[in-house]
Structure formats: C-alpha cells, structure tokens
Write a protein that binds this ligand. Structure first.
Ligand code: FA5
Length: 339
C-alpha cells in the first residue's frame, strides 16, 4: 500500500472510532511493534538510494499527521465519555461532604490565654522573655549569689557553655523588663516555659509553664498584691473563692508569701484533692526585694514592687480536676479533645 493510501485509510478508521477500546486497537494497528506506519517507515532501508530521501520525508509526514489525528481523537473520545457519564450518572449534591478534621488549641495554650486576658483587664501587659538564660540573670541578679543555699530550690539544666542554662523559673524576666523600662512604672506578666532537672511525677514535670507577674511603681504595696491575686482567683475559679496568704521565703522577695485558695472540689471542708486541708496552693509571691529592684535599675528608696509566680499546669489541674501533670505533654488526643 502506498503511503498516501495508508494515510487515507488510517484517518478514515480513526474517524469512525468512538470509544477508548477502538482507539487503542487503532493505535496498535498502526503504531504497535508490527504497526503499519512503523513498518512503512522501516521500509526506507530496502529502497534504492535515490528514492530514500523522498520516501523518508513522506513517511515522517504521514507519521506526524496520524499522531496528531490520534491525539485529537483521544481528546474527543474522552470528552464524550465524560459528558456521557455526567448526563447518565449525574452528581448527587445532597450527599454530605467529607468532614474537615479541625484542630484546636492545646489546653496549656488555652489557659495561658485565659490568664493573660484576666491580667489584661487588670492593666497588665505581656512581656516575653528568653528561655535560655545565664546564671547571672536566673540566680545572681535575683539575689542568689553562687554560694546561696536557696539555689537548691531550683534543680537546673545547665548547657555545655559555662554559665548558660535553661531558665528554672520566669523570674529572670523581671530583670530584663526592669532594665528595659526603668525608670517607668511597670505592670506586666511574663508567661513562658521553664525547665527543671526534677523527677517526673504526677505533680512535677521537667518542662512546665509559669506566669510571672511584676508591678513596680512609687506606691506599690502588699495590699495591691493581695487585691490583684484575689481578683485573679475569682475571675479564674469563681466569685465565691476565698484566698489565704501564708508567709514563705524567696530570695528575690521580702516579705515573701505563698497563696492558697479554698479547695474548688470541697469548698474548704477537706477532700482528696486538697489532701484534707481545705486549701490548694496557687502561687508564690511577695514584695520585690530591694536588691532586685536595684539590679533592675530602680532606686528602692523611691520605688517598690510586687511579684508573683504561678504554674498554669497546676492551675489547670485544679480547675478541671486533672490528676496527672504528665497528661499535658503526652499527646494523647483522648485527653486533649476534652478541652
Ligand atoms: C518560683 O519558681 C518563683 N520564681 C515564684 C515567684 C515569683 C515567687 C515571683 C515570688 C515572686 P516555685 O518554685 O514555687 O517558685 O514555682 C512556682 C510555681 O511553678 C509552682 O507553684 C508550681 O505551680 C509551678 N512549678 C514548679 N515546679 C514545677 C514542676 N516541676 N512541674 C510543674 N509545675 C511546677
């Protein structure tokens, strides 16, 4: 068969092909291993040299024409198949869509935001301080020189760089914020992660949040501290909450106190949660020590301040009666989805 006849025949057959199976058969017939177009192109080697060039060119042209025609036919057939399936099968728009899996805030972030919102209403701004600290700021400037026994209260993760450590509490942030704002009055909270080289138990983690509070001004008093704490406890846990203050000790506050709230489960009668005492500890606090004020740049003769530090994980445990702190970072969705 001449190339021209081959072309004509192949095009005619393609024209009458109406489905994918037919198209595949056509392709096999002309372009398969023993396909007619392929064989026709191979024939060039058997021709006398003077005919080869013209024949070769013509064979290539036919090949290109048929390839293009095949692609057009393929598009036409696919489109027709789609139209057919749309009109015969239809789309059921009444079916519900696939539900989106929605994430949510971790309970720890939620509580941090709740605490921040309460203190924002009391006029406190948020100050973010670093988690990698130096010994100087984490201890010394907070009135704990290297020999000070109170350092034992904070089991510390040291780094391989001498003097650089993971902060054991948010209190070093007090120094940063005072040095940045001195001699302006200050009213901030400092939320963030702290690290302690402790045994992990139901109540203690090696990483946990703290929220530090700091107010510095010319007439800041213990009464302001007490009012702030009571306002916070009532917003966080309920209007009827009672707050109790005990004397305590921190090197960076004088006097120092610890704050308890009447037990949310038994209302002060005594139960398992409050270990039969009727009270739950919610934070450490006190009046900023004059040495710390001075280290922050403030004149203790003119300025005074109060500071407090609480653990939001422990507060969350109280609020929702969670009995094990390890739940917070265990990544168990059954726990996390409850909030
Ligand atoms: C402090 O860290 C002081 N910096 C708090 C402070 C600030 C006092 C300002 C005075 C003025 P303490 O070690 O008690 O204090 O820790 C404070 C809170 O952090 C605790 O009440 C507790 O809620 C939380 N906390 C401490 N250790 C852990 C731990 N291992 N796991 C979980 N929460 C902890």
């Amino acid at each position: 068969m001449s190339l021209a006849d081959l072309e004509k025949q192949a095009l005619a057959e393609l024209e009458s092909t109406s489905d994918e199976a037919g198209l595949r058969a056509w392709h096999n017939k002309y372009f398969g291993k023993q396909g007619e177009v392929i064989l026709a192109t191979k024939k060039v080697g058997t021709l006398p040299p003077e005919e080869r060039r013209a024949y070769g060119q013509e064979a290539n042209r036919v090949k290109e024409v048929l390839t293009a025609a095949h692609d057009t036919a393929e598009a036409r057939i696919k489109e027709r198949a789609l139209e057919q399936s749309l009109s015969s099968e239809g789309i059921d728009v009444t079916l519900p869509g696939r539900p989106l899996t929605r994430g949510g805030l971790h309970v720890a972030s939620r509580i941090l935001r709740e605490i921040a919102a309460i203190f924002a209403d009391l006029g406190f701004q948020i100050y973010r301080s670093r988690e990698v600290e130096d010994d100087l700021t984490n201890f010394e400037l907070l009135n704990m020189p290297p020999y000070h026994p109170a350092r034992d209260m904070w089991d510390t993760f040291h780094t391989t760089v001498p003097g650089v450590l993971l902060r054991t509490h948010t209190s070093p942030g007090q120094i940063h914020v005072m040095r940045e704002h001195c001699p302006e009055p200050i009213r901030v909270i400092l939320p963030g992660m702290c690290y302690r080289y402790e045994t992990i138990t139901m109540r203690s983690e090696i990483m946990f949040h703290q929220v530090e509070g700091l107010a510095v001004g010319e007439h800041v008093s213990m009464a302001d501290l007490k009012g702030t704490i009571v306002a916070f406890a009532r917003r966080m846990f309920g209007e009827e909450r009672q707050v109790r203050i005990r004397s305590s000790y921190f090197p960076f506050t004088e006097p120092s106190i610890e704050v308890d709230m009447d037990c949310i489960v038994c209302g002060g009668k005594g139960c398992g949660l409050c270990k039969r005492t009727g009270w739950l500890e919610i934070m450490g606090a006190g009046m900023v020590h004059p040495v710390v004020l001075k280290n922050g740049g403030y004149d203790p003769a003119k300025f005074s301040g109060f500071a407090f530090g609480m653990g939001p994980q422990r507060i969350t445990m109280l609020k929702y009666a969670i009995d094990d702190i390890r739940q917070f970072w265990a990544n168990d969705l059954r726990f996390l989805r409850q909030f």
